[in-house]
Design a protein around this ligand. Sequence first.
Ligand code: ATP
Length: 219
Amino acid sequence: MEKQKSRKVGLFGGTFDPIHLGHLLTVNHVRQRVGLDSVHLVPAARPVHRSQPVASEQHRMEMVRLAVDDFPGLVADDRELRRQGKSYSIDTICSLRLDYPDVRFALIVGMDQALAFDSWHRWEEILDQVDLIVMQRPDTLAPESKPGWWQEREADDLSMPRRAAKVIIIVPVPQLWISGTALRRAISRGDNLSHQLTPGVLNYINQFNLYRFNQMEHL
Ligand code: ATP
């Protein structure tokens, strides 16, 4: 009998305030390039490394749900919003592994996040439990000398071969000049943003009048 291929699933967290095509096209590119069966998009309730979001948890989650309708293979996952306290990646990973014991998970992060990875809460446990996919945009260089923990795990193979030890791979991604901060400012000015958001997310923002209030310091 043919052995069943193990499933490989990505995990991509963010504030998604709002989710935009910079997130969606990039992560979808990674999914196809690495051959992930799906990628879970997990909005953070109380992000640890940055300022707190502008839109409510419910609005951010609903926008992620609407966005993935246009991207088969991307999954909206509300597990961090259902949990109390700070949004630590290690807790999310443990919860996913409990729900999907047969899946091989890969955490997808930007190069900037990867470079500071050893400051993350329980980072060594994360590296023991999941592969790390580091997205490299054309404007970011890989570090000249990588720390030992990175070198030990680095692999070239984008197909993530079946092996017990977890690997770190770098995946080049296209440059999309879209940022949440710039988007929120543009929405408050009433700019046309149809090239940066999916139609469903754009309608939702208009319907609930999100990001429109005139308090630029919060945007
Ligand atoms: P903000 O300006 O509010 O920080 P953001 O979109 O950068 O917005 P998040 O929603 O937290 O912030 O982003 C989640 C992840 O997506 C982060 O790892 C971030 O680096 C990455 N990301 C954001 N924009 C892009 C983009 N245009 N291309 C690729 N990755 C992106």
